[in-house]
Structures are given as structure tokens and as C-alpha cells.
Design a protein around this ligand. Structure first.
Ligand code: NAD
Ligand code: DAU
Length: 333
């Protein structure tokens, strides 16, 4: 089994590489990653000698074709993933999610790859006031991030119907855990709390997210890659639905800080109020989440406490300028 993991130097992609290497000890894993601000070889440091790494964009036809030759499967994680950045400037999102996915699908079809898995998001369905989205719910994305991800998903289903490509789509809810870039709510608040910086909560903080520990998502992706039916979509939701403000309060507790650090700031434009996924279909493949939010959050806070080597270079680089633009103030350190 030879598997190409695009975007494998990111947060979830690198967790999936670890999962693939442990559940398929004989597998050859090839990672192709552009190494944007979010992609880092450090995320793969512990498995570096067990993989082949190619630095390239999924928009690069030659690089993709070379990397995909002789592969039995492709798992595409490559994406621009931060909603706030997509609101400020959407172009890279459109390029990677639509053009990049199109290049990957062309190559998969021409090379006759056995299985293509597109990693997608619950955000393509938009917001839901009550109940949960199923795989048949209509796509109704709110942000440039989710609109362009939906574009990628639709290209995948078009390739299944028109060209007979064996492809599946996996739509995950909000992931958290080790190695997540500090621009995202949980690591942002953990690192700010550790540093004594304010914790910015958008609007009233009562938006609901369906938190999924990253290792659980990696296992679900592997289950869908092995057992999913061609042409099908699989939702993967976490075990807990929680208001943002409660997540932030728990981080305050776990870091031994005081709630006075919490600061309500201007809301995100087009902010989806609630996400909720029904995961019945992926559960029928034998998957279930193993980590509840309380336990996963404690593990995540411990990981960030113990791995300053991982996050210190991020908090001292481009992220500082991004933070000032986004929040109108700096971070300490
Ligand atoms: P991330 O930002 O940590 O990693 C993205 C990776 O993709 C990085 O390594 C980056 O260098 C790489 N990349 C970006 N553009 C590329 C390009 N043009 N060519 C090659 N590589 C490129 O993101 P993540 O949180 O690990 O998300 C991975 C995937 O999972 C994405 O497709 C995302 O939409 C999806 N997803 C994320 C979540 C979440 O909560 N983080 C939830 C559901 C689905
Ligand atoms: O739902 C899946 C999606 O989860 C993925 O597809 C995206 O790639 C991933 O980034 C994530 O999107 P969100 O926008 O939900 O994640 P983020 O961590 O940016 O925000 C989580 C919630 O917290 C959201 O309601 C916005 C809020 N928030 C976020 C930040 C960064 C704040 O209140 N303050 C903040 O500073």
C-alpha cells in the first residue's frame, strides 16, 4: 500500500500520517505539502525517517503527477484553513481548494489511483439552529473558506459521476489537540492564558462547536479510506457540543488563570452560530470517538505546556503581525 498524503505537514494531516504508519506498518507514506505558514516539517519530526517528503503545491501538475505515480490511495488535507484569514483575503483559498483539488483529481483519474479521499468540513453545510446535519443536507456555506471547500467537494462528486473516479469525502467537525496552529480558538487561548494575555471571545461567545479530538478524526479518515463506499460522503462529528465561552472558561481553569483574562471582542462577520453533525454513517463502519472534550482539553493543555520548542517560533514570527491585524493589539513574549 502506497499512500499520498497532501497537506500532511499540517495539524490533522500529520496526525493522520502517524495513524497510517501505526495501523498499516507496511505502508509507504508520501507527504506532499507546500509548507505554507501553517505547514511545518516539525509536525512530522517523530516519523521523518519513515516517510518520503515532497515540498510542492497541489496546484503543481508535474509535482502532483510524480508524487502520485504508483500510489494506491490519496488523502487530501491540503488547504488554507482559517476562516478569519479567508474573510481578509480569499484568493489562496480559491486556488488551493478548487484549482488544487482539480489538479489532484485529474492526476488520480489519469493514473488510475485506487481510492481518493477528500478531507472536508462541517462548515460546508452552514449553521443549524437545532438538530444535526446529515450527509444529504444541502450545502450552504457562509465564509469564503467554507464556500471554496464546498467547491472542492462538488468537484469530487462530479469526478465520481462523470469519470468514474473512486472517491469519498469525509466532513469533520472542529478538531483540537497537539500541533494545532495558535490562530485557532483552543491553542490561541491556551498560549495566551499561559502568557497572561487576554483571551478574545467573538461576540457573546455562545456559538456552539462540535469538538473532535484530532486522533479520533485521523482514525475516522482511515476507516472511511478502507471501508467507505465510492461516491459517498461521511460526516465525522465529535462527542461534545459546547459553547465557545465554556471552552474558554475550562482553559482558564486548566491553566490556573482568572476569568478576568476573558475579553469579548467584535464578532466575526458571517459567524455561524452552531454546527452539529450526525455521524451515524461513519459509526456504521465501526468508528466511534474515544476522547471526550474534558479529557482531550486537559491533554492538549499539557502538550502545549511541554512543547514550547514547537510553538515558540510561531509566536515570534508572522503570527505576531497577523495577530495585531486581526485583534488590534499585540501578544507578549
Ligand atoms: P492546517 O492549516 O494545520 O494544515 C494545512 C496543511 O496544508 C499545511 O501543512 C499547509 O502547508 C498545506 N497546504 C496549504 N495549501 C497547500 C497547497 N496549495 N498545496 C500543498 N499543501 C498545502 O489545517 P488542518 O486543520 O490540519 O486541516 C486539514 C484539512 O482538514 C483541511 O482540508 C481542512 O479543511 C480540514 N478540516 C479541518 C478541521 C479543523 O478543525 N482544523 C475540521 C474539519 C476539516
Ligand atoms: O468546523 C470545522 C472547522 O473548524 C474547520 O473546517 C476549520 O478549518 C477550522 O479552522 C475550524 O473553524 P472555526 O472557525 O470553527 O475555528 P476557530 O478555531 O477559528 O473558531 C472556533 C470558534 O471560536 C468559532 O465560533 C469562532 C470562535 N473564536 C475564534 C477565534 C480565533 C473566538 O471566539 N475567538 C477567536 O479569537
Amino acid at each position: 500500500m502506497r499512500v499520498l498524503v497532501t497537506g500532511g505537514a499540517g495539524f490533522i494531516g500529520s496526525a493522520y500520517v502517524r495513524e497510517a504508519l501505526s495501523s498499516r506498518p507496511d505502508a509507504d507514506v508520501v507527504v506532499l505539502d507546500k509548507l505554507t505558514y501553517a505547514g511545518r516539517r516539525a509536525n512530522l519530526a517523530d516519523v521523518e525517517d519513515r516517510i518520503a517528503f515532497i515540498e510542492a503545491s497541489i496546484e503543481d501538475r508535474n509535482a502532483v503527477r510524480n508524487a502520485m505515480t504508483d500510489c494506491d490511495a490519496v488523502v487530501n488535507f491540503a488547504a488554507e484553513t482559517h476562516v478569519d484569514r479567508s474573510i481578509a483575503d480569499q484568493e489562496a483559498f480559491a486556488r488551493t481548494h478548487v484549482i488544487g483539488t482539480s489538479v489532484l483529481l485529474d492526476a488520480a483519474r489519469e493514473l488510475g489511483v485506487g481510492r481518493y479521499l477528500q478531507v472536508s468540513t462541517d462548515e460546508v453545510y452552514g449553521s443549524i439552529a437545532s438538530g444535526s446535519f446529515s450527509e444529504d443536507s444541502p450545502l450552504d456555506p457562509s465564509s469564503p473558506y467554507s464556500a471554496t471547500k464546498a467547491g472542492g467537494d462538488l468537484l469530487v462528486s462530479a469526478h465520481v459521476r462523470t469519470h468514474g473516479v473512486d472517491a469519498v469525502v469525509c466532513r469533520g467537525s472542529n478538531n483540537y489537540g497537539p500541533r494545532q496552529h495558535p490562530e485557532k480558538l483552543i491553542p490561541l487561548c491556551v498560549l495566551n492564558a499561559l502568557a497572561g494575555d487576554p483571551l478574545p471571545v467573538y461576540g457573546d461567545g455562545r456559538q456552539v462547536r462540535n469538538w473532535l479530538y484530532v486522533e479520533d478524526f485521523a482514525r475516522a479518515i482511515d476507516a472511511v479510506l478502507r471501508l467507505g463506499q465510492a461516491g459517498e460522503v461521511y460526516n465525522v462529528g465529535g462527542p461534545d457540543e459546547t459553547e465557545n465561552i465554556d471552552v474558554v472558561r475550562r482553559i482558564v481553569e486548566l491553566t490556573g488563570r482568572d476569568e478576568s483574562l476573558i475579553e469579548h471582542v467584535t464578532d466575526r462577520p458571517g459567524h455561524d452560530r452552531r454546527y452539529s453533525l450526525s455521524s451515524d454513517k461513519v459509526r456504521a463502519l465501526g468508528w466511534s470517538p474515544a476522547t471526550r472534550l474534558d479529557e482531550g482539553l486537559a491533554r492538549t493543555v499539557d502538550w502545549y505546556r511541554q512543547n514550547e520548542w514547537w510553538w515558540a517560533p510561531i509566536r515570534s514570527g508572522e503570527y505576531r503581525q497577523y495577530y495585531e491585524r486581526q485583534y488590534g493589539r499585540g501578544i507578549s513574549g
